[in-house]
Design a protein around this ligand. Sequence first.
Ligand SMILES: *Cc1c(COP(=O)(O)O)cnc(C)c1O
Length: 430
Amino acid sequence: MIAFVSTRAPDGPPLALSAALAQGLAPDGGLYVPQEFPRLDPGIFEETSLVGRAVRLLAPFFAGDRLEAELPAIVAAAFPFGAPLRTVSGAGRTYRFLELFHGPTAAFKDFGARFLAECLSRNLEEETTILVATSGDTGAAVAGAFHGRPGFRVVILYPDGRVSPRQAHQLGAFGGNVETFRVAGTFDDCQAMVKAAFQAPRARTGRKLASANSISLGRLLPQMTYYADAALSRAALADGQARETSFVIPTGNLGNAFAAWMARALSTANGRRLPIGGLTLATNANRMLVDYVATGEAAPAATIATLANAMDVGAPSNLERLRHFASDRAGIAAVSVNDATIAKTIARVFQETGYAICPHTACAVAAAPRDGDFDGVFVATAHPAKFDTIVTPICGPIAVPPGLAELLARDASAEPLAATPEALLDALRG
Ligand SMILES: *Cc1c(COP(=O)(O)O)cnc(C)c1O
């Protein structure tokens, strides 16, 4: 069995995966990590589908856990949509995108949120409130994943005025077992309120709480799978030559990119690894991770609002996980991209190829070297139609994917909330 421990108590007490999933954040405020990385199952190199590869990749993390036998069903239910690689070219340039926005809420967060929901609902013991802070996309993915599931309520906090208009509509459109609060503060305020609620005694919240933020292992682990899938698919096309794929990853809280780092770190008993090469974190003007990679140190900073709002994170939580495993800078690069460059990059890619990208994906494109084509893959984290107020003036009208269209057609509402832990605790009790 793989044991999971808190980053702040590496010697234990060790928990089984299901227990770590149910806890979310460790009681000492740390994040759960595997005590040791399990071995990569060499069977993954024989698989050809996303679901098949996902099961092989995740099974060693589930070994000995009560959910072990259910993993294939969990994966099949969580990702019925794919993660296609899409090559676009024009004006003498070629770009490769890993499109992670084909889930119901049109952002990569659907992978993690739906996987977590499948895990938690198979272990449900009492009514549970999923409490989640969102910089724009997590809240909708989590609400979508738990909406209408018996035994669950969902409470979403988002920073009022700091998410795109369509994100705000989507967040408020679920109703039913989903309650949405718009907080008079930043994403970091929302995240601090959630952390405080998890540390408050049960009597103060009156509910059993569970986390679904990217601090949750149940979101992190499945995000490894599309990196494995894309890298193996490209290696298979490389005519038997060992070919590694580099990825440029739009990064905020470091959940997605940390999953890529973890997938790259795994090896079989014979030392064979997935063909994942260089990893570049593309941040917006919130540059704590860039400073960390440059100097090995970084201080949390106040959040700056940018066009790539789902990455407006001043103090990325998952840095604590990276630091836990990598005392050096972990073999990654990081580049910060400002708003003017985001807008110019959306325009450039569209003019060259006719392909519209979201502002987060634009950070990835801008972060890659520009002399000649970049041979790696840009991770496309959201559908551009979610950010129509930014993308449409540059690229013209964008067709809205069906899941998003359905939510936008519903009424939406969110309650205002002060940016204090007490306000949240009162709201939870109320
Ligand atoms: C959440 C999000 C990101 C950042 O992902 P992290 O895991 O927080 O680093 C990037 N792009 C989009 C569209 C997102 O929703």
